[in-house]
Design a protein around this ligand. Structure first.
Ligand code: PLP
Length: 418
């Protein structure tokens, strides 16, 4: 077996005591590996909450209007600024409304599902855990009957040609966080559609090019690509989505935190920072800080470039490494944020599902113990492997520094399989 770690040392004797960092280790004579000398400077690779922006410290929050009402001028101004900066950085069209809503991305998606669906048939497009969660909402909770579920297994995208984007509503996830599979574009969505598209874009926004003309409802949370705090969600509505809100009343009751209309009118305040209930002004301040940082690194183009560079660093390593591969089968569907990798070593693949998961968890445990990388295991429902967040707040040098540690952790666990 060949491993591309730094300075591999062949055929060392097995050691009884753990080696020091930089010292060579070996087991059973057939694996040579050196414990890497340098750790990533930042070892946060979680897919949410994601790494804070480079240089972040609590000082970034010092202007937060703490202890003040969010309805006071100072609070409203901050909330409006968060909305305005969102529009600026994401390039959201002027006639789309942007609201800050409760309960993170889940809150924003469910608000849309509960408020808008039922007016016509809906195509639910799902290829991983979160997309499947929205299917459950629609089929088992809302109990809609005119539902078509268009799915694909982990690693694949469903056949999007099967989706009726012309006459039906469509619910989909732009970037499937738990499989690392994304839609490459929105060309499959009809420009002259009669239904609405509802898009969970939480791990795509700020890293991938969202085609606003094709999106009627777009949601995300601050905790993903910008490394903000969770708790609040963003909902972006096209004029057609607003029209549906004004002309359609769902048959089921709507809790207050889902309500975007009152007396047949849109609650416009939501879209200028008059939130439905109390937000955390500390989180708002943090989001504003992240948006200002985004502008400094080149806005949306700069953010996408950063995520692409991180993913490229992993891709060139995967290409030359025989025992690992992307979970995403087609290169153009590979995520540049939640990069999901699977072990392809024959000895690992030969293990049963539970043992493969144990293997992946053991690799992840070594990375955590060594302080090389945190929270980069596969999602609980996803195939075993690694999920390495490559969003804009992660530095490419840290991704590169992580790689030899993955090799080291893999070699350590692989040696145990004989
Ligand atoms: C695609 C997707 N949808 C929804 C969620 C849930 O997000 P939140 O916890 O911000 O509500 C996540 C979280 O990882 C996600 O990746």
């Amino acid at each position: 077996m060949r491993l591309d770690g730094p300075k591999p040392e062949a055929y060392m004797r097995q050691r009884d005591t753990p080696p020091q960092r930089g010292a060579p280790i070996c087991k059973d004579g057939d694996i040579a590996m050196t414990k890497p000398a340098a750790l990533p400077r930042v070892n946060a690779f979680s897919s949410g909450p994601c790494a804070k922006r480079p240089g972040w410290s609590l000082k970034a929050l010092s202007d937060a209007p703490l202890g003040r009402s969010h309805r006071a001028k100072v609070g409203k101004t901050k909330l409006k600024l968060a909305i305005d900066l969102t529009r600026e950085v994401l390039g959201v069209p002027a006639d789309y409304r942007i609201g800050i809503v409760p309960a993170s991305d889940t809150g924003a998606v469910e608000m849309a599902l509960w408020s808008l669906l039922g007016a016509r048939g809906v195509d639910m497009v799902a290829w991983e855990s979160f997309g499947e969660g929205w299917v459950t909402d629609v089929v088992k909770q809302l109990k809609l009957t005119d539902v078509r579920t268009i799915t694909a297994p982990y690693g694949e995208l469903p056949n999007l040609k099967k989706v009726d984007t012309k006459t039906r509503d469509v619910v989909f996830t732009w970037n499937g966080t738990t499989s690392g599979v994304r839609v490459p574009d929105a060309d499959w969505i009809a420009a002259d559609r009669e239904g609405l598209t509802i898009c969970d874009a939480t791990s795509a926004a700020f890293a991938q090019d969202l085609d606003w003309a094709k999106l009627d409802v777009t949601t995300f949370s601050w905790q993903k690509v910008l490394g903000g705090e969770a708790a609040h969600g963003m909902i972006i509505l096209s004029p057609r989505a607003v029209e549906r809100l004004l002309t359609y009343k769902p048959a089921w009751p709507l809790p207050k935190i889902f309500r975007m209309t009152s007396g047949g009118k849109l609650i416009e305040g939501i879209f200028v920072g008059e939130t439905i209930n109390t937000p955390s002004m500390l989180c708002v301040e943090d989001y504003i800080d992240a948006l200002n940082w985004a502008k400094k690194v080149g806005g949306l183009a700069g953010l996408m470039k950063r995520a692409d560079a991180n993913t490229r660093a992993l891709a060139s390593w995967v290409k030359k490494t025989p025992w690992i591969d992307f979970l995403a089968v087609k290169p153009k569907t590979r995520s540049n944020t939640s990069v999901c990798l699977k072990f392809t070593d024959p000895k690992v693949v030969a293990l049963d599902a539970a043992k493969q998961a144990d293997f992946a968890k053991a690799v992840v445990a070594i990375l955590e113990k060594e302080g090389a990388g945190l929270d980069l295991g596969h999602y609980r429902d996803a195939p075993p492997g690694l999920r390495i967040w490559c969003g804009a707040t992660v530095q490419t040098r840290d991704v590169k520094a992580l790689i030899p540690w993955i090799e080291y952790a893999f070699a350590t666990e692989r040696a145990k399989l004989g």
